[in-house]
Design a protein around this ligand. Structure first.
Ligand SMILES: [Zn+2]
Length: 231
């Protein structure tokens, strides 16, 4: 029997409110630039690598929430929220400069929330296994998740309040501490999900996340990923 979801206790998924009526869009005059990666062996490995430019977005609602997600699931936090996370001593994140404005042109201060905490590589028991590792361009491909109950292995977790599990870098896992802080300060724009949503069929077919350095600062990606050859 296949489960529809999986209880993440003691963790949560830090996710957008659904349905999200205020998804930020990349400002049309400032499309972000990424490193273009081509492969001398396999044409299908062509992809976008590291994002070179900071996010510059338009937020389509009158009073933007504290946490704003973009199409493509990048995560922005308003300055007040970033300060709260820092002042409360939460760990496992850093920030990257970003710009945001409302549709009528009002700018408001935000930063991109970058996850640097680490939950390790998804255990094989989760069904996620490395299928392909290109010697020419570093393209990585993994099979899809089958057993969400096996996704988190506490032995691989670095104790950060925010953390990711590879190869699912856009899923932001958080501790109960984050949930407490968000409740205490009434942080808006997020839901803290106890259940890991079972992905739709096309996602079950697998993951091609690129490399760890696309999602976090280079020095951190090297520290975590060099020995695993995923940085
Ligand atoms: Zn390749």
């Amino acid at each position: 029997m296949r489960l529809d979801s999986f209880d993440l206790d003691p963790f949560f998924l830090f996710d957008e409110v659904k349905p999200n009526t205020c998804i930020a869009d990349i400002a049309p005059e400032a499309p972000f630039e990424s490193v273009k990666i081509t492969c001398r062996l396999v044409r299908g490995h062509m992809r976008c690598g590291n994002r070179l430019s900071d996010l510059d977005v338009i937020v389509p609602c009158d009073s933007p929430p504290d946490v704003v997600f973009t199409w493509g699931s990048w995560c922005l936090v308003q300055e007040r929220t970033l300060r709260i996370f820092q002042d409360e001593g939460l760990t496992g994140f850093s920030s990257r400069p970003a710009r945001a404005r409302s549709q009528d042109g009002r700018a408001f201060p935000v930063s991109e929330l970058v996850i640097t905490g680490w939950g390790g590589i998804a255990p094989e028991a989760s069904g996620i296994r490395e299928l392909e590792r290109c010697p020419a361009c570093g393209h990585l491909r993994y099979s899809g998740i089958e057993e969400p109950r096996e996704l988190l292995d506490l032995n691989n977790w670095d104790r950060s309040d925010f953390f990711m599990v590879w190869p699912l870098p856009m899923y932001r896992f958080v501790t109960g501490r984050v949930a407490e802080v968000c409740a205490k300060h009434k942080i808006t724009g997020i839901t803290l999900e106890r259940n890991f949503p079972l992905p739709s069929e096309h996602v079950i077919s697998g993951y091609s996340p690129g490399r760890l350095s696309y999602y976090m600062p280079a020095d951190r990606a090297h520290a975590l990923g060099d020995s695993l050859r995923i940085s």
